[in-house]
Design a protein around this ligand. Sequence first.
Ligand SMILES: [Zn+2]
Length: 486
Amino acid sequence: MEGLSVAMRSACELGIFQGIQIPNGGPKISHLLHADDALFIGEWSRNNISNLARILHCFHVSSGLKVNFNKSKVFGVGSDMQEVARWASTLGCEPSALPFTYLGVPVGANMNLKKNWEPIIERFRSKLSKWKSKSLSFGGRLTLTQSVLGNLPTYFLSLFLAPDGIIQTLEKLRRRFLWGASVDKKKIHWVSWDRVVAPKEMGGLWIGTIKSLNISLLMKWWWKLRTEPHHLWAQVISSLHNLKVKPDGIYSKKSLTRVWNNIAGIKKALGKKEIPIESVLSKQHTTNGETWRCCLSSTGTYEVRDLRHRWDYTTSVMDGQISWLKEVPLKVYCFIWRAKMGRIPVAVELAKRGVVPENLTCPMCNEYEEDSNHVLVDCSYARSVCEGVSRWCNIQLGPLHTVKDVLGSISQWGVCKKRRRIILAIYYGTLWSLWKTRNEMVFKKNRLPPDKVTDIIKSVVYLWVKNRGNNDKLNWASWSHCPWLF
Ligand SMILES: [Zn+2]
Protein backbone atom coordinates (compact mmCIF):
# COMPACT_ATOMS: atom_id res chain seq x y z
CA MET A 1 0.00 0.00 0.00
CA GLU A 2 2.99 2.29 0.56
CA GLY A 3 3.61 2.00 -3.20
CA LEU A 4 0.12 3.25 -3.93
CA SER A 5 0.69 6.18 -1.64
CA VAL A 6 3.92 7.07 -3.49
CA ALA A 7 2.15 6.74 -6.84
CA MET A 8 -0.66 9.04 -5.70
CA ARG A 9 1.76 11.60 -4.35
CA SER A 10 3.73 11.82 -7.60
CA ALA A 11 0.50 11.88 -9.63
CA CYS A 12 -0.55 14.90 -7.60
CA GLU A 13 2.83 16.58 -8.05
CA LEU A 14 2.65 16.06 -11.81
CA GLY A 15 -0.88 17.41 -11.91
CA ILE A 16 -2.33 14.11 -13.14
CA PHE A 17 -4.63 13.85 -10.15
CA GLN A 18 -6.16 16.83 -8.38
CA GLY A 19 -6.61 16.35 -4.67
CA ILE A 20 -8.66 18.60 -2.40
CA GLN A 21 -7.07 21.75 -1.09
CA ILE A 22 -8.06 22.39 2.52
CA PRO A 23 -8.67 26.16 2.90
CA ASN A 24 -6.69 28.55 5.09
CA GLY A 25 -3.33 27.17 4.04
CA GLY A 26 -4.13 23.61 5.00
CA PRO A 27 -2.75 20.48 3.38
CA LYS A 28 -3.85 19.05 0.04
CA ILE A 29 -5.44 15.63 0.39
CA SER A 30 -5.69 13.03 -2.34
CA HIS A 31 -5.94 9.73 -0.53
CA LEU A 32 -6.27 8.09 2.88
CA LEU A 33 -5.21 4.53 3.53
CA HIS A 34 -6.23 2.36 6.46
CA ALA A 35 -5.00 -1.26 6.50
CA ASP A 36 -6.22 -2.60 3.13
CA ASP A 37 -8.84 0.08 2.77
CA ALA A 38 -8.29 3.07 0.49
CA LEU A 39 -10.14 6.35 0.16
CA PHE A 40 -9.42 8.68 -2.77
CA ILE A 41 -10.47 12.27 -2.49
CA GLY A 42 -10.29 14.70 -5.35
CA GLU A 43 -11.86 17.41 -7.45
CA TRP A 44 -15.08 16.34 -9.10
CA SER A 45 -14.11 16.12 -12.78
CA ARG A 46 -14.33 13.49 -15.48
CA ASN A 47 -10.62 13.86 -16.15
CA ASN A 48 -9.73 13.28 -12.51
CA ILE A 49 -11.81 10.09 -12.36
CA SER A 50 -10.34 8.69 -15.61
CA ASN A 51 -6.83 9.46 -14.42
CA LEU A 52 -7.51 7.78 -11.08
CA ALA A 53 -8.61 4.67 -13.00
CA ARG A 54 -5.36 4.77 -14.97
CA ILE A 55 -3.23 5.20 -11.83
CA LEU A 56 -4.95 2.24 -10.21
CA HIS A 57 -4.45 0.17 -13.37
CA CYS A 58 -0.71 0.99 -13.45
CA PHE A 59 -0.52 0.12 -9.77
CA HIS A 60 -2.15 -3.23 -10.53
CA VAL A 61 0.29 -4.00 -13.36
CA SER A 62 3.37 -3.05 -11.36
CA SER A 63 2.42 -4.51 -7.95
CA GLY A 64 -0.05 -7.26 -8.76
CA LEU A 65 -2.51 -5.71 -6.28
CA LYS A 66 -5.88 -5.19 -7.87
CA VAL A 67 -8.52 -2.82 -6.62
CA ASN A 68 -11.83 -4.61 -6.25
CA PHE A 69 -14.07 -2.16 -8.08
CA ASN A 70 -17.15 -4.24 -7.33
CA LYS A 71 -16.69 -3.50 -3.67
CA SER A 72 -15.79 0.15 -4.22
CA LYS A 73 -18.11 3.11 -4.27
CA VAL A 74 -18.08 6.56 -5.77
CA PHE A 75 -19.49 9.52 -3.88
CA GLY A 76 -20.03 12.94 -5.35
CA VAL A 77 -20.38 15.61 -2.70
CA GLY A 78 -22.85 18.21 -3.89
CA SER A 79 -23.11 16.70 -7.39
CA ASP A 80 -26.00 15.38 -9.37
CA MET A 81 -26.76 11.74 -8.56
CA GLN A 82 -27.23 10.82 -12.24
CA GLU A 83 -23.78 12.17 -13.00
CA VAL A 84 -22.31 10.22 -10.09
CA ALA A 85 -23.92 7.04 -11.49
CA ARG A 86 -22.56 7.70 -14.98
CA TRP A 87 -19.02 8.36 -13.82
CA ALA A 88 -19.06 5.48 -11.39
CA SER A 89 -19.94 3.12 -14.20
CA THR A 90 -16.81 4.12 -16.12
CA LEU A 91 -14.84 2.81 -13.14
CA GLY A 92 -17.07 -0.23 -12.70
CA CYS A 93 -18.10 0.96 -9.21
CA GLU A 94 -21.42 1.47 -7.48
CA PRO A 95 -22.57 5.07 -7.11
CA SER A 96 -23.45 6.08 -3.56
CA ALA A 97 -24.41 9.09 -1.49
CA LEU A 98 -23.95 10.54 1.97
CA PRO A 99 -24.48 9.48 4.69
CA PHE A 100 -22.58 6.23 4.53
CA THR A 101 -20.81 3.97 6.98
CA TYR A 102 -17.05 3.84 6.90
CA LEU A 103 -15.15 1.51 9.26
CA GLY A 104 -18.35 1.13 11.28
CA VAL A 105 -18.87 4.86 11.75
CA PRO A 106 -21.57 6.88 10.03
CA VAL A 107 -20.07 9.57 7.83
CA GLY A 108 -22.15 12.60 6.96
CA ALA A 109 -25.06 11.56 9.19
CA ASN A 110 -26.45 14.06 11.64
CA MET A 111 -25.64 12.38 14.92
CA ASN A 112 -27.64 14.98 16.84
CA LEU A 113 -30.68 13.06 15.60
CA LYS A 114 -31.81 10.25 17.85
CA LYS A 115 -32.67 7.89 14.99
CA ASN A 116 -29.00 7.69 13.98
CA TRP A 117 -28.19 6.22 17.39
CA GLU A 118 -30.57 3.29 16.93
CA PRO A 119 -27.75 0.80 16.09
CA ILE A 120 -26.10 1.56 19.43
CA ILE A 121 -29.32 1.15 21.40
CA GLU A 122 -30.02 -2.09 19.56
CA ARG A 123 -26.54 -3.31 20.35
CA PHE A 124 -26.96 -2.53 24.04
CA ARG A 125 -30.28 -4.29 24.10
CA SER A 126 -29.11 -7.42 22.31
CA LYS A 127 -25.86 -7.65 24.25
CA LEU A 128 -27.59 -7.34 27.59
CA SER A 129 -30.54 -9.55 26.77
CA LYS A 130 -28.29 -12.33 25.50
CA TRP A 131 -27.41 -12.99 29.10
CA LYS A 132 -29.97 -14.44 31.38
CA SER A 133 -29.70 -11.89 34.11
CA LYS A 134 -31.22 -14.39 36.52
CA SER A 135 -28.34 -16.83 36.17
CA LEU A 136 -25.73 -14.20 37.00
CA SER A 137 -24.73 -12.85 40.38
CA PHE A 138 -25.00 -9.13 41.07
CA GLY A 139 -21.22 -8.91 40.58
CA GLY A 140 -21.46 -10.69 37.23
CA ARG A 141 -24.19 -8.35 36.06
CA LEU A 142 -22.15 -5.39 37.26
CA THR A 143 -19.20 -6.52 35.11
CA LEU A 144 -21.45 -6.89 32.07
CA THR A 145 -23.08 -3.53 32.70
CA GLN A 146 -19.63 -2.03 32.45
CA SER A 147 -18.39 -4.06 29.51
CA VAL A 148 -21.43 -3.39 27.36
CA LEU A 149 -19.72 -0.08 26.68
CA GLY A 150 -16.95 -1.87 24.79
CA ASN A 151 -16.14 -1.63 21.09
CA LEU A 152 -18.83 -0.11 18.91
CA PRO A 153 -20.54 2.09 21.52
CA THR A 154 -17.18 3.45 22.62
CA TYR A 155 -16.31 4.08 18.98
CA PHE A 156 -19.47 6.13 18.54
CA LEU A 157 -19.11 7.89 21.85
CA SER A 158 -15.54 8.86 21.03
CA LEU A 159 -16.67 10.73 17.93
CA PHE A 160 -20.17 12.01 18.54
CA LEU A 161 -21.88 13.76 21.39
CA ALA A 162 -24.85 11.56 22.26
CA PRO A 163 -28.14 13.43 22.69
CA ASP A 164 -29.33 13.41 26.32
CA GLY A 165 -32.33 11.24 25.43
CA ILE A 166 -30.02 8.56 24.02
CA ILE A 167 -27.86 8.58 27.13
CA GLN A 168 -30.96 8.22 29.29
CA THR A 169 -32.16 5.25 27.21
CA LEU A 170 -28.77 3.54 27.41
CA GLU A 171 -28.52 4.14 31.16
CA LYS A 172 -32.01 2.77 31.62
CA LEU A 173 -31.04 -0.43 29.81
CA ARG A 174 -27.96 -0.81 31.99
CA ARG A 175 -29.91 -0.04 35.17
CA ARG A 176 -32.64 -2.54 34.42
CA PHE A 177 -30.12 -5.24 33.58
CA LEU A 178 -28.08 -4.66 36.74
CA TRP A 179 -31.14 -5.15 38.92
CA GLY A 180 -32.08 -8.31 37.07
CA ALA A 181 -35.17 -7.09 35.24
CA SER A 182 -36.36 -8.84 32.11
CA VAL A 183 -38.63 -7.59 29.34
CA ASP A 184 -41.79 -8.72 31.11
CA LYS A 185 -40.70 -8.42 34.70
CA LYS A 186 -39.78 -5.37 36.72
CA LYS A 187 -37.36 -5.63 39.58
CA ILE A 188 -36.66 -3.53 42.64
CA HIS A 189 -33.80 -1.10 42.12
CA TRP A 190 -32.28 -1.34 45.56
CA VAL A 191 -29.78 1.45 45.24
CA SER A 192 -30.21 4.62 43.20
CA TRP A 193 -28.32 4.70 39.93
CA ASP A 194 -26.39 7.81 41.06
CA ARG A 195 -24.88 5.73 43.82
CA VAL A 196 -24.10 2.75 41.61
CA VAL A 197 -22.17 4.80 39.08
CA ALA A 198 -20.35 7.04 41.60
CA PRO A 199 -16.62 6.51 42.27
CA LYS A 200 -15.76 4.03 45.03
CA GLU A 201 -14.42 6.66 47.40
CA MET A 202 -17.77 8.43 47.11
CA GLY A 203 -19.54 5.29 48.19
CA GLY A 204 -20.37 3.96 44.72
CA LEU A 205 -19.32 0.96 42.67
CA TRP A 206 -17.81 3.19 40.03
CA ILE A 207 -19.10 1.84 36.83
CA GLY A 208 -19.15 5.45 35.68
CA THR A 209 -21.83 7.26 33.70
CA ILE A 210 -22.12 7.05 29.94
CA LYS A 211 -22.19 10.83 29.87
CA SER A 212 -18.79 11.02 31.54
CA LEU A 213 -17.41 8.50 29.05
CA ASN A 214 -18.80 10.47 26.13
CA ILE A 215 -17.47 13.81 27.38
CA SER A 216 -14.06 12.41 28.30
CA LEU A 217 -13.60 10.61 24.98
CA LEU A 218 -14.50 13.76 23.07
CA MET A 219 -12.20 15.82 25.26
CA LYS A 220 -9.40 13.62 24.04
CA TRP A 221 -9.74 15.28 20.62
CA TRP A 222 -9.05 18.66 22.19
CA TRP A 223 -6.02 17.24 23.84
CA LYS A 224 -4.75 15.55 20.68
CA LEU A 225 -5.44 18.59 18.55
CA ARG A 226 -3.16 20.58 20.79
CA THR A 227 -0.48 18.04 21.52
CA GLU A 228 -0.26 16.50 18.05
CA PRO A 229 -0.65 19.57 15.81
CA HIS A 230 1.56 18.09 13.08
CA HIS A 231 -0.64 15.07 12.44
CA LEU A 232 -2.52 15.21 9.17
CA TRP A 233 -5.97 15.09 10.76
CA ALA A 234 -5.03 17.91 13.16
CA GLN A 235 -3.80 20.05 10.27
CA VAL A 236 -7.02 19.38 8.36
CA ILE A 237 -9.23 20.25 11.30
CA SER A 238 -7.37 23.37 12.32
CA SER A 239 -7.21 24.64 8.73
CA LEU A 240 -10.80 23.78 8.00
CA HIS A 241 -11.99 25.72 11.01
CA ASN A 242 -9.20 28.28 10.78
CA LEU A 243 -8.01 27.50 14.28
CA LYS A 244 -4.49 28.71 13.57
CA VAL A 245 -5.59 32.32 13.60
CA LYS A 246 -6.99 31.97 17.11
CA PRO A 247 -4.79 29.67 19.17
CA ASP A 248 -7.75 28.83 21.36
CA GLY A 249 -10.06 29.09 18.38
CA ILE A 250 -11.74 25.85 19.23
CA TYR A 251 -13.54 27.71 21.97
CA SER A 252 -15.36 29.64 19.33
CA LYS A 253 -18.33 27.65 18.20
CA LYS A 254 -19.53 29.92 15.44
CA SER A 255 -17.31 28.62 12.68
CA LEU A 256 -17.65 24.98 13.64
CA THR A 257 -20.12 22.47 12.35
CA ARG A 258 -21.61 19.30 13.79
CA VAL A 259 -18.87 17.03 15.15
CA TRP A 260 -16.42 19.76 16.04
CA ASN A 261 -19.15 22.04 17.17
CA ASN A 262 -20.16 19.38 19.67
CA ILE A 263 -16.58 18.85 20.73
CA ALA A 264 -16.16 22.57 21.25
CA GLY A 265 -19.37 22.53 23.29
CA ILE A 266 -17.69 20.39 25.93
CA LYS A 267 -16.31 23.50 27.58
CA LYS A 268 -19.85 24.60 28.35
CA ALA A 269 -20.85 21.13 29.52
CA LEU A 270 -17.86 21.06 31.87
CA GLY A 271 -18.75 24.53 33.09
CA LYS A 272 -22.22 23.34 34.05
CA LYS A 273 -20.59 20.65 36.16
CA GLU A 274 -18.37 23.32 37.71
CA ILE A 275 -15.28 21.88 36.09
CA PRO A 276 -13.49 24.88 34.54
CA ILE A 277 -11.69 23.93 31.34
CA GLU A 278 -8.50 25.42 32.81
CA SER A 279 -8.65 22.81 35.55
CA VAL A 280 -8.50 20.12 32.87
CA LEU A 281 -6.08 21.49 30.26
CA SER A 282 -3.64 24.31 30.68
CA LYS A 283 -1.22 25.94 28.33
CA GLN A 284 2.33 26.36 29.51
CA HIS A 285 5.04 28.44 27.99
CA THR A 286 8.45 26.86 27.88
CA THR A 287 11.68 27.70 26.09
CA ASN A 288 10.55 25.39 23.26
CA GLY A 289 7.30 27.26 22.80
CA GLU A 290 3.96 26.33 24.26
CA THR A 291 3.02 22.95 25.62
CA TRP A 292 -0.20 21.63 27.01
CA ARG A 293 -0.65 19.92 30.31
CA CYS A 294 -3.54 17.94 31.72
CA CYS A 295 -4.10 19.13 35.29
CA LEU A 296 -6.09 16.06 36.30
CA SER A 297 -3.20 13.60 36.21
CA SER A 298 0.14 13.58 37.96
CA THR A 299 1.93 12.83 34.68
CA GLY A 300 0.36 15.79 32.92
CA THR A 301 -0.97 13.57 30.12
CA TYR A 302 -4.65 13.43 29.38
CA GLU A 303 -6.33 10.13 30.22
CA VAL A 304 -10.03 9.47 29.66
CA ARG A 305 -10.44 7.86 33.08
CA ASP A 306 -9.19 10.96 34.93
CA LEU A 307 -11.84 13.25 33.47
CA ARG A 308 -14.49 10.55 33.88
CA HIS A 309 -13.59 10.29 37.51
CA ARG A 310 -13.71 14.06 37.92
CA TRP A 311 -17.08 14.26 36.14
CA ASP A 312 -18.67 11.48 38.18
CA TYR A 313 -17.04 12.66 41.41
CA THR A 314 -19.30 15.59 42.12
CA THR A 315 -21.86 13.75 44.21
CA SER A 316 -21.39 13.90 47.96
CA VAL A 317 -19.95 11.01 49.98
CA MET A 318 -22.50 8.31 50.62
CA ASP A 319 -22.55 5.65 53.28
CA GLY A 320 -21.87 2.84 50.82
CA GLN A 321 -18.17 3.58 51.07
CA ILE A 322 -16.32 0.34 51.90
CA SER A 323 -12.75 -0.90 51.51
CA TRP A 324 -12.02 -2.70 48.29
CA LEU A 325 -10.06 -5.97 48.73
CA LYS A 326 -8.59 -7.98 45.93
CA GLU A 327 -9.06 -11.10 48.08
CA VAL A 328 -12.84 -10.75 47.97
CA PRO A 329 -14.94 -11.67 44.89
CA LEU A 330 -16.84 -8.81 43.29
CA LYS A 331 -20.24 -10.29 44.15
CA VAL A 332 -19.28 -10.35 47.84
CA TYR A 333 -17.98 -6.79 47.70
CA CYS A 334 -21.27 -5.71 46.10
CA PHE A 335 -23.22 -7.53 48.78
CA ILE A 336 -21.31 -5.82 51.61
CA TRP A 337 -21.78 -2.48 49.84
CA ARG A 338 -25.54 -3.04 49.74
CA ALA A 339 -25.74 -4.50 53.24
CA LYS A 340 -23.99 -1.48 54.73
CA MET A 341 -26.77 0.69 53.29
CA GLY A 342 -29.44 -1.79 54.35
CA ARG A 343 -30.36 -2.40 50.69
CA ILE A 344 -30.76 -6.17 50.72
CA PRO A 345 -34.02 -8.13 50.37
CA VAL A 346 -34.79 -8.68 54.06
CA ALA A 347 -38.44 -8.80 55.14
CA VAL A 348 -38.64 -5.23 56.48
CA GLU A 349 -37.03 -3.73 53.36
CA LEU A 350 -39.24 -5.76 51.04
CA ALA A 351 -42.31 -4.59 52.93
CA LYS A 352 -41.14 -0.97 52.56
CA ARG A 353 -41.04 -1.49 48.78
CA GLY A 354 -44.51 -2.90 48.55
CA VAL A 355 -43.59 -6.59 48.49
CA VAL A 356 -45.41 -8.17 51.37
CA PRO A 357 -43.53 -11.14 52.82
CA GLU A 358 -45.42 -13.87 54.71
CA ASN A 359 -44.19 -12.42 57.95
CA LEU A 360 -41.64 -9.89 59.03
CA THR A 361 -40.05 -12.07 61.67
CA CYS A 362 -36.40 -13.09 61.44
CA PRO A 363 -36.26 -16.68 60.16
CA MET A 364 -33.17 -17.43 62.25
CA CYS A 365 -34.42 -16.51 65.75
CA ASN A 366 -38.19 -16.13 65.16
CA GLU A 367 -38.20 -13.28 67.66
CA TYR A 368 -37.47 -9.92 66.06
CA GLU A 369 -38.32 -8.19 62.81
CA GLU A 370 -35.91 -9.02 60.05
CA ASP A 371 -33.90 -6.03 58.91
CA SER A 372 -30.38 -6.16 57.53
CA ASN A 373 -28.63 -5.14 60.76
CA HIS A 374 -30.59 -7.68 62.72
CA VAL A 375 -30.06 -10.69 60.50
CA LEU A 376 -26.38 -9.98 59.88
CA VAL A 377 -25.26 -8.66 63.29
CA ASP A 378 -27.82 -8.39 66.08
CA CYS A 379 -29.63 -11.72 65.80
CA SER A 380 -28.70 -14.32 68.42
CA TYR A 381 -27.85 -16.69 65.58
CA ALA A 382 -25.50 -14.15 63.94
CA ARG A 383 -23.94 -13.50 67.35
CA SER A 384 -23.19 -17.19 67.86
CA VAL A 385 -21.51 -17.38 64.45
CA CYS A 386 -19.52 -14.19 65.13
CA GLU A 387 -18.42 -15.44 68.54
CA GLY A 388 -16.96 -18.50 66.83
CA VAL A 389 -15.15 -16.24 64.36
CA SER A 390 -13.79 -13.95 67.15
CA ARG A 391 -12.55 -16.97 69.09
CA TRP A 392 -10.81 -18.32 66.02
CA CYS A 393 -9.21 -14.92 65.25
CA ASN A 394 -8.58 -14.24 68.91
CA ILE A 395 -10.08 -10.76 68.81
CA GLN A 396 -12.70 -8.84 70.80
CA LEU A 397 -14.81 -6.32 68.93
CA GLY A 398 -17.02 -4.96 71.72
CA PRO A 399 -20.77 -4.46 71.43
CA LEU A 400 -21.80 -4.19 67.78
CA HIS A 401 -25.34 -3.74 66.50
CA THR A 402 -25.11 -2.74 62.87
CA VAL A 403 -23.20 -3.73 59.73
CA LYS A 404 -21.69 -0.24 59.85
CA ASP A 405 -20.46 -0.93 63.43
CA VAL A 406 -18.81 -4.16 62.30
CA LEU A 407 -17.07 -2.62 59.28
CA GLY A 408 -16.05 0.48 61.26
CA SER A 409 -14.67 -1.53 64.12
CA ILE A 410 -12.78 -3.92 61.83
CA SER A 411 -11.23 -1.15 59.75
CA GLN A 412 -9.75 0.33 62.96
CA TRP A 413 -8.44 -2.97 64.18
CA GLY A 414 -4.72 -3.70 64.58
CA VAL A 415 -1.75 -1.86 63.19
CA CYS A 416 -0.45 -4.31 60.62
CA LYS A 417 -1.91 -3.58 57.16
CA LYS A 418 -1.71 -7.17 56.00
CA ARG A 419 -3.54 -8.41 59.06
CA ARG A 420 -6.16 -5.75 58.67
CA ARG A 421 -6.82 -6.87 55.11
CA ILE A 422 -7.22 -10.44 56.30
CA ILE A 423 -9.55 -9.58 59.16
CA LEU A 424 -11.60 -7.46 56.76
CA ALA A 425 -11.80 -10.39 54.34
CA ILE A 426 -12.84 -12.64 57.23
CA TYR A 427 -15.65 -10.31 58.25
CA TYR A 428 -16.78 -9.75 54.66
CA GLY A 429 -16.86 -13.55 54.46
CA THR A 430 -18.79 -13.73 57.74
CA LEU A 431 -21.51 -11.31 56.62
CA TRP A 432 -21.72 -13.03 53.23
CA SER A 433 -21.98 -16.50 54.78
CA LEU A 434 -24.63 -15.33 57.25
CA TRP A 435 -26.68 -14.10 54.33
CA LYS A 436 -26.25 -17.38 52.43
CA THR A 437 -27.27 -19.29 55.56
CA ARG A 438 -30.33 -17.10 55.98
CA ASN A 439 -31.31 -17.80 52.35
CA GLU A 440 -30.76 -21.54 52.85
CA MET A 441 -33.22 -21.30 55.76
CA VAL A 442 -35.78 -19.15 53.92
CA PHE A 443 -35.78 -21.03 50.62
CA LYS A 444 -34.85 -24.58 51.63
CA LYS A 445 -35.87 -24.65 55.31
CA ASN A 446 -32.41 -25.88 56.13
CA ARG A 447 -30.97 -24.42 59.33
CA LEU A 448 -27.23 -24.90 59.74
CA PRO A 449 -25.82 -24.94 63.27
CA PRO A 450 -23.72 -21.78 63.99
CA ASP A 451 -20.44 -23.68 64.46
CA LYS A 452 -20.90 -25.23 61.03
CA VAL A 453 -21.24 -21.72 59.56
CA THR A 454 -18.03 -20.65 61.33
CA ASP A 455 -16.29 -23.60 59.65
CA ILE A 456 -17.67 -22.58 56.26
CA ILE A 457 -16.35 -19.04 56.81
CA LYS A 458 -12.89 -20.43 57.64
CA SER A 459 -12.71 -22.43 54.43
CA VAL A 460 -14.27 -19.81 52.14
CA VAL A 461 -11.94 -17.05 53.32
CA TYR A 462 -8.99 -19.46 53.25
CA LEU A 463 -9.50 -19.93 49.50
CA TRP A 464 -9.90 -16.19 48.93
CA VAL A 465 -6.75 -15.26 50.83
CA LYS A 466 -4.69 -18.09 49.38
CA ASN A 467 -5.78 -17.84 45.73
CA ARG A 468 -7.01 -14.34 45.16
CA GLY A 469 -4.54 -12.79 47.61
CA ASN A 470 -1.62 -14.83 46.18
CA ASN A 471 -0.57 -16.27 49.54
CA ASP A 472 0.92 -19.55 48.34
CA LYS A 473 2.50 -20.31 51.69
CA LEU A 474 -0.80 -20.30 53.51
CA ASN A 475 -1.67 -23.79 54.72
CA TRP A 476 -4.98 -25.06 55.91
CA ALA A 477 -3.77 -26.66 59.14
CA SER A 478 -2.42 -23.44 60.62
CA TRP A 479 -5.17 -21.24 59.12
CA SER A 480 -7.99 -23.32 60.53
CA HIS A 481 -6.35 -23.16 63.92
CA CYS A 482 -5.74 -19.41 63.83
CA PRO A 483 -5.46 -17.06 60.82
CA TRP A 484 -2.39 -15.26 62.21
CA LEU A 485 0.00 -18.19 62.24
CA PHE A 486 1.28 -17.93 58.69
ZN1 LIG B 1 -33.00 -13.02 64.41
